[in-house]
Design a protein around this ligand. Structure first.
Ligand code: BGC
Length: 908
């Protein structure tokens, strides 16, 4: 009887619990959590499912959207009803036409294949931007007293009254240059470097801020400070400035909704006043900032400030297309403290932040009025331990602060950023301590999505360096480097690093935005400029130089975005640009199919032996070979994209074109023995990766590649284009051991060499600083360049085995590759369906493989063993969530549904 009662109790608890154990979370709208200010007419919704038990799939969902979080029927603008579907990613809004400036709330509930129904999820929301240009009532306000190369940052202000009860207040703002908006004594929002960087000639982003809490009844003061930024400041080398325009301007409007249902607007117009007699005397992205605190405009952003000596603004007239911000907002993300304050051998006062970081220093200081402090920035010290700035080229990267003498002063710049690990402090009054210095790290705010860890501390430091290379170079656009007079959106670097980036962080919003700029800057004939936004050609120029492996960002990134995020919408949006790129190359290469002159940069920065080394071959790969290989690859991607989008004619046309290029490629570059191109490593890597070899020669070519690697004492010689694929090609062709040897190689050229030298980011060059402490050519020697960090993708996908075989990580491929050289290697990744885990550990002669598959996803597991595999200590057949077990060629493969699994087999 007792047992029966207990059973009943358990049953009640279990059924009660199980009803709750299907829930929905992580709601996003257009890849973002509760975004404010998006202008998609039909935003797409995604959610993740939490559920107990294995093999959980969604059977149906229901979405409701309302203008009020109560979801009362009068406020609902869409109720999808119960939709029988297993889709939980990027489902389109299909309700009433959306209104401008409106907050919409939404919820979702799901049903699963176990007969469970979830509750409504927590409420998420999004707010629309200004959907029609006619809703902008603001005017461009400017202050053009001075149009010199460097001008003091202008300040703008206005006071106004609010007499009715406020329900909601929203500011829509943008600028020519950078803006920092203030309301009633406080900065508006937590973003920096607004409005971000787009192809300004085509589109300019505006930001939307909810300022309901900052606005008050009665008198209010609104204002802004403008910096040169990308719009007016120096960009690229050769003292190029004012590329987009020489006048800074602000364009903003605030809508105040009152509780009585009425609303009013405060807009930038000629009633605003301005001054350029403020403390920010000089600012520039490369330059740094000069701040004279004796000129502080104390309380300029508050009501009652005496602005009688401020001047009238002038009104500008521009025809800029304004778009809601869709990238990832740039923010101050973290702070770090110095690890060492010391004197260099020559007596300079230096601070080591312990990390090559991007952002700036916040200074705390107390001293006499007029004291001038200078802070210089450097990434590394030279072999004598001295501050080394030669590799910054013409970028001054200098902060100058003049004290107001008012007690404790805190200063941090706003319109510049530096890439540095060391600072030099000149003129500090008193003794400098760690309390005086804080490193403020800024970058685009992207959700962290993964973790990779192994038993090797150097490899873990490499992973750390990859992440910091990512942080430092994702500043609204993917930049090559953050320190010298460059910091541009180099397309080649971005495509090389994309797949790794998409493990590190959720980069969907970031790249959705940037890819649109790629398409906008693409020229009529189809060429993609070297950098996006394009600032290397005159604005509006008809043509632009392009290069193979760089321009291919136009095809590679949208395709990989589709693979990672399952985002067909983006693929559709980019498709014309992808096609135009391939057609451009088709025109250039004609019937010959060899893209002559198509590669300007070749396999950029491949390894050159030292000048006095006459025995080691360099890793040179012929340029037309590279161009033709990428022509084939982009064509193949285009065919696949066409297939995914149901464009069957295009799929056929580009499949055929690919086969033709392949034929010519083989005829031109591949010998019957399987030797390829110049016999460089990249000569093998590209065709093996892009499927450009006859099947029967693949093994032979892979062997030639291995021979070259071994002939260099197991070293790579690849550059920007070959490196991302090198280890993939090896592991795909049965040489995972060689890939591991390369990955774990400590002498240069290798990934771990910089780690052994104390690097905290990825270097631009394999031998940026040599073992004897000497540097590579300062003209091209960044210590924070993410491109070679592309190895991260192999660490996730091959070493830990966390991969996908269908778009969006819906059908996972979990294929861990254990090695005797490590004890464990494991990764987790927040996929669009939830957290995936894959990894292995070697213990007491056994290999233990831990995997997690999120609800509504499935996985094929492929283990590198022919021996018996157990799950949770039992034969695989004991678990009903495991099916289709096959064992052959020394591998075991099977299918699993969602859940956590522990597999084990004997190490061979
Ligand atoms: C950049 C690279 C870029 C290259 C093209 C360099 O100046 O820093 O990362 O891809 O130019 O050659």
């Amino acid at each position: 009887m007792k047992t029966f009662n207990l059973f009943l109790l358990l049953l009640i608890c279990f059924t009660g619990l199980s009803a709750q154990q299907l829930s929905v979370n992580s709601l996003t709208t257009e890849h973002k959590t509760n975004p404010i200010g998006i202008d998609a007419a039909q935003p797409r919704f995604s959610w993740k499912i939490s559920a107990t038990g294995n093999n959980v799939m969604q059977n149906a969902y229901q979405i409701r959207v309302a203008t009020n979080a109560s979801f009362s029927s009068s406020t609902q603008v869409w109720n999808s009803g119960k939709v029988t579907s297993d889709e939980s990613v990027l489902q389109k809004y299909d309700g009433n036409t959306l209104k401008s400036g409106q907050r919409y709330y939404w919820q979702v509930k799901v049903w699963d294949n176990k007969g469970r129904e979830s509750k409504w999820s927590q409420t998420a929301f999004w707010e629309t931007g200004l959907l029609s240009p006619s809703e902008w009532k603001a005017q461009w306000i400017e202050f053009n007293e001075n149009t010199d190369r460097y001008i003091p940052a202008p300040y703008f202000r206005k006071e106004f009254d609010v007499s009715k009860k406020i329900a909601k207040a929203t500011i829509y703002a943008t600028a020519h240059g950078l803006y920092e908006l203030h309301l009633n004594g406080q900065k508006v929002g937590d973003q920096v470097f607004t409005p971000g960087w787009t192809t300004y000639g085509h589109r300019l982003q505006y930001q939307v801020y909810d300022v309901t809490k900052q606005l008050q009844n009665g008198k209010n003061a609104i204002g802004a400070i403008l910096g040169d930024g990308w719009y007016r400041g120096s960009l690229a080398w050769s003292d190029n400035w004012g590329i987009y325009g020489k006048n800074l301007g602000l364009f903003a409007q605030m809508r105040i909704d009152y509780t009585d249902g009425t609303s009013s607007l405060i807009v930038t117009d000629d009633s605003w006043k301005a001054t350029n007699d403020g403390p920010i005397v000089k600012n520039g992205l490369y330059f740094g900032e000069n701040y004279d605190a004796t000129k502080n405009l104390t309380n300029w952003n508050k009501v009652g400030y005496n602005d009688s000596n401020w001047k009238k603004v002038s009104i500008g007239n521009y025809d800029f297309k304004l778009v809601a911000s869709e990238g990832a907002e740039i923010k101050k993300i973290e702070e770090i403290k110095p690890v060492k304050i010391f004197k260099s051998p020559s007596g300079r006062l230096l601070v080591d932040m312990g990390q090559n970081m991007v952002g700036w220093i916040r200074l705390k200081v107390n001293g006499p009025k007029g004291t001038e402090i200078t802070i210089n920035h450097a990434e590394v010290l030279d072999k004598d331990g001295e501050f080394y700035t030669e590799n910054l080229r013409a970028a001054e990267c200098e902060l100058k602060y003049t004290l107001a003498g008012t007690g404790e002063e805190i200063y941090e710049p706003r319109f510049t950023f530096m890439g540095f690990r060391f600072i030099e402090v000149i003129g500090f009054p008193g003794t400098l301590t760690a309390d005086n210095i804080t490193g403020v790290v800024i970058h685009s705010d992207m959700p962290t999505t993964s973790k990779y860890e192994s038993s090797d501390s150097l490899l873990n430091q490499l992973q750390h360096n990859i992440i910091w290379g990512h942080k430092g170079n994702f500043l609204d656009v993917p930049t090559d480097c953050p320190q010298r007079d460059e910091r541009l959106g180099w397309t080649g670097d971005a495509q090389a690093f994309f797949r790794t980036a998409a493990f590190n962080y959720d980069v969907a919003a970031f790249f959705t935005k940037w890819m649109k700029d790629v398409a906008l800057d693409q020229r009529k004939a189809g060429e993609i400029p070297f950098v996006i936004p394009d600032v290397l050609n005159p604005q509006g120029s008809e043509t632009a130089a392009t290069s193979a492996g760089w321009g291919d960002a136009a095809t590679i990134i949208p395709w990989e975005m589709y693979l990672v995020y399952g985002d067909k919408g983006l693929l559709e949006t980019q498709y014309p640009s992808m096609k135009a790129w391939v057609e451009y190359i088709r025109n250039k290469s004609g019937d010959e199919m060899i893209w002559k002159g198509g590669s300007v940069f070749g396999d950029w920065l491949f390894f050159h032996p030292f000048v006095n080394d006459h025995t080691t071959p360099d890793g040179h790969t012929e340029h037309d070979f590279i161009a033709t290989a990428f022509y084939a690859y982009s064509t193949n991607i285009l065919a696949n994209a066409a297939r995914a989008l149901g464009k069957t004619d295009d799929a056929r046309i580009y499949d055929e074109l690919f086969e033709k290029i392949k034929k010519v490629f083989i005829r031109e570059y591949v010998t019957p023995a399987g030797r390829v191109g110049t016999n460089s490593q990249t000569s093998y890597v590209l065709p093996l990766m892009f499927n450009l070899l006859p099947d029967e020669l693949r093994a032979k070519s892979a062997q030639f590649l291995v021979n070259d690697i071994r002939s260099r004492n197991t070293h790579l010689s690849t550059g920007f284009l070959g490196t991302p694929y090198l280890c993939h090609v090896l592991s795909d062709n049965g040489f995972t051991d060689v890939a591991y040897d390369l990955l774990l190689q400590k002498t240069f050229p290798s990934w771990l060499y910089p780690v052994t030298q104390g690097a905290t980011t990825i270097w631009e060059r394999w031998d940026g600083q040599r073992p004897d402490g000497t540097f590579q050519n300062p003209g091209m020697n960044s210590f924070n360049h993410y491109a070679y960090g592309a190895i991260g993708d192999w660490m996730y996908r091959v070493s830990a085995g966390l991969d996908t075989q269908s778009p969006g990580y819906r059908h996972l491929l979990l294929k861990p590759h254990p090695t005797q050289k490590l004890e464990f290697s494991k990764a987790t990744f927040d996929s669009p369906y939830g957290t995936v885990q894959s990894g292995w550990e070697r213990k007491n002669g056994k290999v233990i493989v831990n995997v997690v598959v999120p609800p509504n996803a499935k996985a094929t597991v492929a283990l590198q063993t022919a021996s018996n595999v157990t799950e949770a200590g039992k034969p695989l057949s004991a678990n009903t969530a495991i099916s289709a077990v096959q064992s052959n060629n020394g591998k075991t493969q099977f299918e699993i549904g969602s859940g956590s699994y522990v597999f084990e087999y004997t190490e061979e």
